[in-house]
Design a protein around this ligand. Sequence first.
Ligand SMILES: [Zn+2]
Length: 419
Amino acid sequence: MTATTTAIDAVAALAELAPIGADGTRGGWSRHLLDEADRDMRAWFERTASSLGLAVETDANANQWATWAPDGATGPAVATGSHLDSVPGGGPLDGPLGVVSAFAAVARLQADGHAPARPIRVANFAEEEGARFGVPCLGSQLLAGELGSDRVRALTDATGVTCAAVLEAGGIDPAGIGRDAARLADMALYLELHVEQGRQLAPLDAPVGIATSILAHGRWRVTVTGRGDHAGATELASRHDPMMVAAATVRAARGRALAAAPPTRSRATVGKLQVIPGGSNAIASEVRLWIDARAEHDADVRDLVARIVADAEAAARAEGCSVTVAEESFSARVEFDPALADRVGDALAPGFGAVPRIPTGAGHDAGVLAAHLPTAMLFVRNPDGVSHSPHEGASEADIRAGVDALTAALRALTSGDAR
Ligand SMILES: [Zn+2]
């Protein structure tokens, strides 16, 4: 493989990605598994990797990988990267910042003449947000064998298209998805850089932080069934309106989370609602809503959801409706590898001093992989803390500081004496 000195400026690379998947309806960006925007992001990944002389491949689970393995780089790779998909109408940095920074760091190491003792591998994990099929970290969970392949093939998107059909149309054999032991074994560790979600670094006056843990979290689909009828002709006393139950459930989510915290850091959110039939002059026949619940420990989340569901069932009884609840995903609390965090902290010390260690409430592919190999995360300061929104941001100086930090960490983790 020929050495190259192509420089990548992370701020310029993000600007290059900005037109892809720009959402004219919601604002922000919408890039979902193998849709047109996601395919354009994937093409950018391939072009960028090729410009650095990296070998590019897409694995059986739709994740992309770009490997730099010059002479002398042997054994399992030091992996880095993030995801290029988004929530509906999301921000510009959640995901892309980690991939862009990874390529920028590799370019910097190449230009510096760094000779890695291990291959460095850049990842783009598929469907991290779960926006199309409802299951977050789809690509990394499949890779790690944490999802049943049959279940994933049968998932449907909002238009009723199956995940199997979407994969097939994108050139991925749906029969081949699932645990990839060889690929897992070929990773020595995974270090993901991500824009901070929440606002912990700004008060500490720190451009970057190192993750300690991720809250336990999950998603539940609540279906409330009532009786559709006329909004004008139906007496109030004879209604079975599922919207009343949905409203009570939304309030219960906030109320039960408030009652639980602190010290469990409990939070519950209803951010998605489907009303059937959805007419302004019709009492709904059915309402589906999704509860996103998170807390410090797994049992705290289970307890929180049980309380919200009990409130929903009580409201349903009062209204003459029925409720069913389905768990769409559950992610146990994650503790990142403390020894790897120390090594990253040591590598950053010359440039950044003592880097803050912070927990996060957001799920990540690094959290999925943490059960299988040493993982760590670097967060880049988000001045307002806003995320999963077009208003998410980081300063240009901090974006470049993130690349400096990732470069320093990758250099240390692949130096000869790191073996
Ligand atoms: Zn993300």
